[in-house]
Design a protein around this ligand. Structure first.
Ligand code: NAP
Length: 295
């Protein structure tokens, strides 16, 4: 079997086009969704990620309030900026780019964000609501994974999903979302991690594998059954002398091997990556609708 490649770029484009229409309809009612962005320091990866977010906001018509803060900002100053955004009616979503410099307390910053503006879905109130199946802002990468499954026609309900990884931003939330009694969910979920004794024993039983280990080749072709659906969240740099940069990006699975056995598979790049920012925009538009009682 040769897998169909799930085109994350196209699916992200489709969702952004739907959001653009929604934003235009909101503007006719005098509502402009707004995203407040805080970037502390000069980390190049964070800077380029924030830039991509700002471009995406512009593309679909979301107002973006961009704040670049020096790396030596104090916790008090940062908290006070978040509080200002909590009180600003033009801001529907607040995004503090992580990781923060070491002297800052990330957990306190996340806790300070008003849960009704927590469009990253990292606040414990939103995480708690997600776990008990209440409406909330879903964390963006796991929500993107769920959208990729749903929009590529994967049968999630009744399937056995094996998640490789248990981080707070990917593994745990995606596992939780996929076993809820919801659309594009209702699966039986197994979560694997470094304490799992025989990873292949579990992956061989999977109808769907979500790989979020942060290590290349964590799942190889001999570890899966024919027809498996593979969503590769991993982004890893591996040395490649043929590239000008000296490296290339790969996921957590052996893409070339798995594509001969899977029914559906995401590439890296171009799979999950484009979905994360897209679901952030989705949450910001949702937040603007909720703030204006349009639901
Ligand atoms: P993380 O915090 O490092 O967590 C990795 C998880 O994988 C841990 O739970 C770890 O287990 C588990 N793990 C590592 N090696 C394993 C192995 N050989 N077998 C089984 N489990 C293993 O990483 P993360 O933040 O979840 O990110 C995962 C990957 O996704 C990274 O490559 C990251 O860059 C990427 N990512 C991409 C996006 C995107 O938008 N595309 C967004 C977020 C993350 P323990 O808990 O036992 O240590």
């Amino acid at each position: 079997m040769t897998a169909k490649i799930i085109d994350g770029k196209q699916i992200a484009k489709d969702i952004r086009s739907e959001l653009k229409d929604e934003v235009a309809a909101l503007k006719e009612k005098g509502i402009v969704p707004g995203l407040g962005v805080i970037l502390v320091g000069e980390d190049p990866a964070s800077k380029s990620y924030v830039k991509a977010k700002e471009r995406a906001c512009e593309e679909i018509g979301i107002y973006s309030d961009d704040n670049r803060l020096p790396a030596d900002i104090t916790q008090k100053e940062l908290i006070s900026m978040v509080k200002k955004m909590n009180d600003d009616p033009k801001i529907n979503g607040i995004l503090v780019q992580l990781p923060l410099p070491e002297h800052l307390d990330e957990a306190e910053v996340i806790m300070t964000i008003d849960p009704t503006k927590d469009v990253d879905g990292f606040h414990p109130v939103n995480i708690g609501k997600m776990v008990i199946g209440e409406k909330c802002f879903l964390p963006c990468t796991p929500h993107g994974v769920q959208q990729l499954l749903g929009r590529s026609g994967a049968e999630v309900s009744g399937s056995h999903v094996v998640v490789v990884g248990r981080s707070n931003i990917v593994g745990k939330p995606v596992a939780n979302m996929l076993f809820q009694k919801n659309k594009n969910a209702n699966a039986t979920v197994t979560v694997c991690h470094t304490g799992t004794k025989d990873l292949a024993y579990f992956t061989k039983q999977a109808d769907i594998i979500i790989a979020a280990a942060g290590r290349p080749n964590t799942v190889t072709a001999d570890m899966v059954k024919d027809g498996v659906v593979v969503i590769d969240v991993g982004v890893n740099r591996v040395e490649d002398a043929s590239k000008k940069s000296g490296y290339r990006l790969v996921g957590d699975v052996d893409f070339d091997g798995l594509k001969e056995k899977a029914s559906l598979i995401t590439p890296v790049p171009g799979g999950v990556g484009p979905m994360t920012i897209t679901m952030l925009l989705f949450n910001t538009v949702e937040s603007a609708k909720q703030a204006n009682s349009i639901i």
